[in-house]
Design a protein around this ligand. Structure first.
Ligand code: ATR
Length: 287
């Protein structure tokens, strides 16, 4: 680091277990860019001050994580149209006219789905969960041209309210229902995206749907959780010969998309692969 080092950072709470510093500091080193990335734990009431301070210091870019992805929006100068619809920003980019917000989580998931050969356009898909992460993913699937999205959640009211929001922009594509009613979905094979927090470390023995009949509906299973590397949902998919993927690639690709926006570069695919191996090692060494 020297007087020319550009700074990027993460705003969230908690942040101390974040793998984003590994992603960005490794990319900076491999790409030969004089950039350092660190993480700041920011309390809810200080989000506005944090953004103003970052601007005053000329911080090049920020990632935003739980619980601030919505709270940062009023403090931005501009926002990407899809991030605005989703109502969540995870990446902030310094531009000539101030800070602009993006949602690279969905760019990350979109790239992962393409890479795994999971087609959304013209297809019916199943999404489990209707929280913040699901909202971004439901918008992504609608934007990618899903024919129908079966949105299953523990509480029907949250699924219904998210369905209404997305259906305002993409006519009647989302059908909300309770998790336990999955047998109302017509028999067939669907890509399934698991967005609930069920199965996340340390509660590794749970899946949002334990009834194994559900897994006969799955053609491929994507869990956005990456800790543990194999969730109970993924185990149940694999038990039914359904290919299953965790959320580590989504995390990697959202980071790469942010890095590319900040630095106006393209990260080579080979470098992305090397970084994924490093991330897997890091996850293993963390337990
Ligand atoms: P995130 O931003 O990670 O999506 P969130 O907005 O709190 O987090 O959403 C959590 C999701 O996990 C919701 O879909 C939640 O279901 P409810 O809307 O019914 O609360 C789901 N979830 C959490 N615990 C669950 C459990 N034990 N069983 C089923 N779903 C659960």
């Amino acid at each position: 680091m020297n007087a020319k080092t550009k700074l990027c950072c993460l705003l969230g709470n908690p942040v101390e277990h974040s793998i984003s510093p590994l992603i960005h500091n490794t990319l900076a080193e491999k790409m030969g860019i004089n950039l350092a990335y660190t993480a700041f734990k920011v309390q809810e009431e200080n989000v506005g001050d944090a953004i103003k301070g970052a601007k005053a210091l000329g911080i090049l870019g920020m990632n935003v994580t739980v619980p601030h992805k919505c709270a940062v929006i009023p403090y931005l100068d501009d926002i990407d149209s899809l991030a605005l619809k989703i109502g969540a920003v995870n990446t902030i980019v310094s531009t000539d006219s101030g800070y602009k917000g993006y949602n690279t989580d969905i760019i990350g998931l979109g790239r992962q789905l393409r890479e795994e050969g999971i087609e959304i356009s013209g297809r019916e898909v199943i999404i489990l969960g209707a929280g913040g992460a699901s909202k971004a993913i439901t918008f992504l699937c609608a934007k990618e041209g899903a024919k129908r999205i079966w949105l299953l959640n523990r509480s029907l009211d949250k699924a219904a309210s998210l369905a209404n929001e997305v259906n305002e922009h993409f006519k009647d594509v989302v059908v909300p229902m309770e998790l336990k009613d999955f047998d109302r979905i017509p028999k067939g094979k669907y890509p399934v995206i698991q967005t609930t927090s069920v199965g996340l470390y340390p509660n590794v023995d749970n899946a949002p749907i334990e009834d194994e009949a559900f897994y006969d509906l799955a053609e491929a299973g994507v869990d956005i959780i990456f800790n543990p590397a194999e969730t109970k949902f993924m185990k149940l998919c694999r038990k039914h010969n359904v290919p299953a993927y965790n959320g580590l690639k989504m995390l990697l690709y959202q980071g790469i998309a942010a890095f590319e926006l900040w630095n106006d570069v393209k990260v080579p695919d080979e470098m992305a692969k090397e970084l994924l191996v490093l991330m897997e090692k890091e996850m293993k060494s963390n337990g």
